[in-house]
Design a protein around this ligand. Structure first.
Ligand code: AR6
Length: 343
């Protein structure tokens, strides 16, 4: 997955480069800057002293010394000053310059903190959006594994309205599921019963007719196992490729939108029976903007289902039924509800 949002201490990230939210002197400071210098050791400061500082929106690269990565990319974010002083453009430039430096130094993976969102006061939700948008744009052209590392959960303040909408969506579905479970324990029925009363999702009673034993002579012959196996259904991989064609998009557009890396996509493409993880299957359904029915169908082909018994599934259902297919917004919401993210 080319863009991952993770909660961690950036000094613990195992990747080729980590990015430091520095100041123009490049001589260290508090926050993430302090943590990186402390973990890297004094040699980092010695090298930084030779760099002659750095302008806001620009970036410079050094060795990483005692850190487990190869490089530290130091960038200087803008101070938040109300939002009308070019903060957004400067912050975008921090990400772009850092990514270009990583690219030119053969880094295959790089981890960013949420630049400017601490001491420099950039609102965390806005800072996250700039980070996600800028990195996503870069990844449409280049292959790299990019992490956004958030230290505290408050970075994921999805809007209160969205949070409460999703909460009530979850509550409604949880209530339904548990209500049905209590009221409708498995009923042991006599096979000769003509009808079985069941409770539907909306709480109303439904009658369904039980299939009577068929004793007539024209009953279809039992199909052999061999016949059944030969009529095997379309696989996940086949459905994925069919849907890509139907949508008229390229493979690359699809896997990039799904935030799935090219190698994994090739595996799926080349192996008709490939079984992806549930999150990968959902990521493709979101990228293809499938309806809820098609999403369930695609998941079933990979051996999964969307249930009302866990929050993750309900959040996915919420976004699909609201036709919001923005994978990063979905991931932010999943993160806010402590669920694993897609891709
Ligand atoms: N790992 C990941 N993220 C972290 C860590 C960590 N170890 N520590 C803090 N954060 P800040 P800025 C998050 O203040 O706003 C320094 O003094 C933190 O929660 O480090 O760009 C420099 O020298 C926040 O979301 O950077 C500058 O003077 C984000 O990292 C000034 O602060 C950035 O917070 C730069 O301010």
């Amino acid at each position: 997955m080319p863009l991952k949002i993770v909660r961690n201490d950036i000094t613990k990230m195992e990747c080729d480069a980590i990015v430091n939210a520095a100041n123009t002197s490049l001589l260290g400071g508090g926050g993430v800057d302090g943590a990186i210098h402390k973990a890297a050791g004094k040699a980092l400061l010695v090298e930084c002293k030779k760099l002659g500082g750095c302008e806001v929106g620009r970036a410079k690269i050094t060795n990483a010394y005692k850190l487990s990565c190869k490089h530290v990319i130091h960038t200087v974010g803008p101070k938040w000053n109300g939002g009308n002083c070019g903060e957004r453009e400067l912050l975008q430039s921090c990400y772009k310059e850092s990514l270009n430096l990583a690219l030119n130094n053969d880094c295959k993976s790089v981890a960013f903190p949420l630049i400017s969102s601490g001491v420099y006061g950039y609102p965390k939700d806005k800072a996250l959006k700039v980070a996600v948008d800028t990195i996503t744009e870069f990844l449409t052209e280049y292959d790299m594994l990019v992490y956004i590392v958030v230290f505290d959960k408050s970075a994921f303040q999805i809007s209160e309205k969205l949070f409460s909408d999703i909460s009530s969506f979850i509550d409604d579905r949880y209530v339904d599921t548990h209500f049905i479970y209590r009221r409708n324990r498995p009923i042991v029925t006599d096979e000769s019963d003509e009808s079985i009363e069941s409770q539907s999702i909306d709480g109303s009673k439904k009658h369904k007719t039980a299939t009577p034993h068929c004793t007539c002579a024209s009953a279809p012959k039992a199909i052999s196992l061999e016949d059944m196996v030969s009529k095997i259904d379309e696989s996940f991989s086949q459905m994925l490729l069919r849907k890509i064609d139907e949508k008229g998009i390229t493979d690359a557009q699809c896997y990039k939108k799904a935030n799935v890396d090219r190698k994994l996509f090739s595996k799926i493409r080349n192996d008709i029976n490939y079984r992806p993880s549930k999150t990968t299957a959902i990521a493709f359904a979101i990228a293809l903007e499938l309806s809820l029915a098609d999403t369930k169908d695609m998941l079933m082909k990979a051996g999964f289902a969307l249930s009302h018994s866990n929050k993750f599934d309900i959040i996915i259902e919420y976004f699909i039924t609201h036709e919001n297919y923005n994978i990063f917004e979905i991931n932010e919401a999943l993160f806010a509800f402590d669920q694993s993210v897609l891709g």
